[in-house]
Design a protein around this ligand. Structure first.
Ligand code: IPM
Ligand code: MG
Length: 322
């Protein structure tokens, strides 16, 4: 198995090495291909990511990815969006766990307000929000499959703003049709009140499917009930490729201090192992994380006083004992 490793910038460089140790624990024979993309690369070469980097990621069985800092260049195009586009990663799967609940946000990852179709002027700027039946169907099927697999007896929530935007009527109705045809119980909810309610009563939700930017905002907001942004992993899935990354960014404010929480990166590695190698390590990883946290070995955001490396070692030690 070939795994492309992109540390990226900021705390990506601190949390990804810990995630790689977890990968090495489960798949010791895997080959790791280091890929440099991001701000650091842009400073050296004027480009955040080149075709060779994309090719390496494409040829690998999976990518583990840290985070990228946006360079201060007005013409800069997001490297992350380029990678998602070029590798066809149409589904962004973001599990959120907390005390007694688990919600999986299934975010459409290829269009919506991230279409990249923009007309920028000094007096008027527009960004085109694109919703297609094809992409809506594809993401709805993905959400229904996850519900069937991981949430027995659960309900699909279709997050939308169809009361205001006609483009979301197409999204909502397409998701409803898919759920009906797959025999999945569903409800629809406006994304604003849904976000508030999910923060108050996370136990009411199972899988939430929504469009690209709503999913971006909703997943960060849910970090609040999951113990912080440092806890949220994600999987970017396509037909031929997959990329696994923490939901958090490169966090320049704490980068270089060795205190970043590696849990999001470790959980992302767990999702990679499950998706690419069929290794069901989720429970084991969760036990190792909670064991390390209860022993007081967490990072400061979790109330502990360990650094990234020590917390990672404590988690790994528990995995090795099992
Ligand atoms: C995320 C990030 C990205 C997004 C950025 C870095 C392009 O916020 O993965 O949630 O908006 O999708
Ligand atoms: Mg985001």
């Amino acid at each position: 198995m070939k795994i492309a490793v992109v540390e990226g910038d900021g705390i990506g460089k601190e949390v990804i090495p810990v995630a790689v140790k977890v990968l090495e624990h489960y798949v010791p024979d895997a080959e790791y291909l280091e890929v440099e993309v991001g701000y650091g690369k842009w400073e050296k070469t004027g480009r955040g990511c080149d075709e060779g980097d994309i090719e390496t990621m494409r040829e690998a069985d999976a990518v583990i990815f840290g985070a990228i800092t946006t360079p201060p260049d007005p013409n800069y195009k997001s490297v992350m969006l380029k990678i998602r586009h070029d590798l066809g990663l149409y589904a962004n799967i973001r599990p959120v766990r907390g005390n007694g609940f688990k919600i999986t946000v299934v975010r459409e990852n290829s269009e919506g307000l991230y279409s990249g179709i923009e007309d920028i002027g000094s007096e008027r700027s527009t960004t085109l929000r694109v919703v297609t039946r094809e992409a809506s169907e594809r993401i709805a099927v993905c959400a229904c499959d996850i519900l069937k697999r991981d949430f027995e007896g659960g309900t699909l929530t279709i997050g939308n703003k169809a009361n205001v935007m006609k483009s979301d009527v197409l999204f909502r109705d397409t998701c409803m049709k898919v759920a009906e045809s797959m025999g999945i119980p569903y409800r629809t909810a406006y994304i604003d009140s849904l976000t508030f309610d999910a923060l108050q009563n996370p136990g009411r939700y199972d899988v939430i499917v929504t469009t690209n930017m709503f999913g971006d905002i909703l997943s960060d907001a849910l970090g609040h009930v999951a113990g912080g942004l440092g806890m949220l992993p994600s999987a970017n899935i396509g037909a031929d490729n997959s990329l696994f990354e923490p939901v958090h960014g490169s966090a320049p404010d704490i980068a270089g201090r060795g205190i970043a929480n590696p849990v999001a990166a470790i959980r992302s590695a767990g999702m990679l192992l499950e998706h690419v190698a069929g290794i069901g390590c989720e429970q084991e990883i969760e036990m190792a994380i909670s064991g390390a946290v209860s022993s007081g070995a967490g990072t400061p955001d979790l109330g502990g006083n360990s650094g990234t490396e020590l917390f990672g070692k404590e988690i790994l030690k528990r995995l090795e004992k099992r």
